[in-house]
Design a protein around this ligand. Structure first.
Ligand code: GTR
Length: 406
């Protein structure tokens, strides 16, 4: 006959079970969770997934439940899409150059940031600060790898009173696959040399780069910590939206021409890039888990309106080229409309915008002017004539999603 369990044995067993449960708990920002449903076990969802559906299946009822729902949605995009953010660590900043640009009425500075373990990842940061008393609203752009900001953009932004901060996201992690581990971001240098076991792809590493630049900027008195904006183009726009979804310190998020896994849409496709193609050509941008959705986008538990909703109620503007078909401008409108339902639910409908211009895949002065107008309105409370909620394509939202705000 079995011995009855003593009180002590029961207590010990409960503690062991508790410890076992704790091991399965999600640890935000500290690597992959151990208990994640495999993609082939997830339900098929033909329409854009309902952003109000909580982890236990209930629909949230009020904005008071949104912070918890937001954490759930963040887990979905990290677990299945982009991988997990490595820890923040500390940031060092060393100024290497400074000169006053008389014609521009601004001071140009170059800094070298030291990021990651032992501050070993060197990232150059280029600041252009308007003359006059700060603190200034600040716009961060991470595409220095594609060249410095044009004179026209710099002149207009400085004249409107914005501090510009530019860096090269590929100094955080290069835009290439690891030579040894197929399909993963490069582990030989940069962030993933420091965190080789991370499940993150290049996009979340670049988003991490935006966050560390913000850490450095927040040490500077000329930067207005309440008026931080970020922007980037195409793959840099995907990283921009992701950083904006992750980091609530960012007041305005402005991805440009970012398409598939940016401001686009994975389920509403109009002769554009799709999940199957992007995980084949750029697997190292993502968590390895995303490739398991190839041929089964309907199992993806989020879509790009989910990332946009994660920015709410902060300001979000996507700027798009009407002829940039590969980036899915028509699907981008649909995901804008879906995310706007969440913005409305949170009482912030006017803070999500979309701006189309004629033309193709570039980040040009027209895009920047739309961003500056939006920033003038959202960050500087100026009256602005431009509208940011206009639809350019027929309204197809009723075919794309049937849910409404609770
Ligand atoms: C394309 C890619 C797009 C976009 C673009 C870019 O090759 O398919 O997703 O990121 O590159 O970054 O310019």
């Amino acid at each position: 006959m079995e011995e009855p369990m003593s009180q002590h044995a029961i207590a010990t067993l409960s503690l062991t079970l508790l410890a076992g449960v704790a091991l399965l708990m999600p640890i935000a920002g500290c690597g992959a969770r151990s208990a994640v449903t495999e993609p082939d076990q997830l339900p098929a969802i033909a329409e854009l997934p309902d952003p109000f559906r909580a982890a236990d299946g209930h629909r949230i009822a009020s904005p008071a439940e949104w912070p918890a729902q937001r954490r759930h949605l963040l887990e979905l995009i990290e677990d299945y899409g982009y991988g997990h953010l490595p820890e923040a660590g500390t940031v060092t900043a060393t100024q290497t150059a400074e000169f006053h640009d008389q014609a521009l009425h601004a001071t140009r500075r170059t800094l070298v940031l030291g990021l990651g373990p032992q501050n070993r990842i060197a990232v150059h940061l280029y600041l252009i600060t308007p003359d006059g008393p700060g603190p200034f609203p600040t716009i961060i752009e991470g595409d220095r790898c594609w060249g410095s900001l044009s004179d026209a953009v710099v002149t207009e932004a400085i004249a409107r009173g914005y501090l510009l901060a530019q860096f090269d996201r590929t100094e955080v992690t290069p835009d290439r696959v690891d030579p040894v581990t197929p399909g993963r971001a490069d582990r030989s240098v940069g962030l993933y040399a420091a965190y080789p076991d991370s499940d993150g792809g290049a996009l979340i590493a670049w988003a991490w780069g935006y966050q560390r630049v913000i850490d450095a900027l927040l040490q500077r008195s000329e930067v207005d910590r309440t008026r931080l904006a970020i922007t980037g183009h195409s793959r840099g726009g995907k990283a921009t939206l992701l950083a904006g979804a992750l980091d609530e310190r960012i007041a305005l998020v402005a991805p440009n021409g970012s398409g598939c896994f940016g401001a686009g849409c994975e389920r509403q496709l109009f002769q554009c890039e799709d999940l199957d193609r992007i995980v084949k050509v750029f697997p190292f941008w993502f968590s390895p888990r995303l490739a398991q959705f190839s041929g089964h986008v309907e199992r993806l538990p989020f879509d790009q309106h989910t990332l946009k909703a994660l920015v709410a109620p902060r300001a979000l503007l996507s700027t798009e080229g009407l002829d940039d078909a590969w980036a899915n401008p028509r699907g981008t409108q649909i995901s804008f409309q879906a995310a706007r339902v969440v913005y409305r639910f949170l009482g912030a409908e006017g803070k999500i915008g979309i701006s189309y211009r004629p033309g193709k895949h570039e980040h040009n002065l027209t895009d920047w002017q739309a961003l500056l107008d939006f920033a003038d309105r959202e960050l500087c409370h100026k009256a602005v004539a431009r509208q940011f909620g206009e639809l350019h394509f027929p309204d197809e939202s009723q075919h794309a999603f049937t849910w409404a705000a609770p």
